[in-house]
Design a protein around this ligand. Structure first.
Ligand SMILES: Nc1ncnc2c1ncn2[C@@H]1O[C@H](COP(=O)(O)OP(=O)(O)OP(=O)(O)O)[C@@H](O)[C@H]1O
Ligand SMILES: [Mg+2]
Length: 141
């Protein structure tokens, strides 16, 4: 499925809608360059799960857990991960194979340990269509 976003609100709303329909145990990989809107999507997604806590980019913490929504949300940002083994130390498998929903920013950093049935959300800019334009492609396994 391909969506076109013309503003951060559009991207937020797409995350929100996806969360309303998501089932427990799903893993969603947020693929795309620096500053493309992965965290904006995550904020909308969290809101769509009914999470009221503010969601920030967990770049320095790798993982943030939000428990106050319809399902637990595990928000990973693996930008600073150098070796996928570092993920095991924080209990990665318990989360991704657990009963919440995992959102993973920078999945390319840990490609070899992403579950086979992960959903990919790929966000790309197209400056010909404007500074705020994003093409968002969602691929289900
Ligand atoms: N259509 C759009 N969708 C999402 N964000 C947009 C859009 N247009 C402009 N923006 C802006 O782009 C920025 C996206 O920042 P965000 O932190 O979500 O990026 P990111 O992909 O998480 O970056 P990082 O790789 O550093 O984690 C925000 O400042 C947002 O307002
Ligand atoms: Mg981010």
């Amino acid at each position: 499925m391909i969506y076109e976003s013309y503003s951060s609100e559009d991207t937020f709303n797409l995350g929100f809608k996806m969360a309303e329909a998501i089932e427990a145990g799903k893993v969603i990989c947020l693929d795309g360059d620096l500053g493309v809107g992965k965290t904006v999507f995550t904020k909308g997604f969290a809101k769509g799960l009914g999470i009221e806590e503010p969601v920030n980019s967990p770049t320095f913490t790798v993982l943030q857990v939000y428990e106050d929504g319809r399902l637990p949300l595990y928000h990973f940002d693996t930008y600073r991960i150098e070796d996928p083994d570092e993920m095991y130390e924080i209990g990665y498998e318990d989360y991704v194979y657990g009963n919440g929903v995992s959102l993973i920013e920078w999945p390319v950093r840990i490609e070899e340990i992403i579950p086979d049935d992960a959903i990919y959300v790929k966000i790309v800019k197209d400056l010909d269509k404007g500074f705020d334009y994003r093409k968002i492609e969602i691929t289900e396994a």
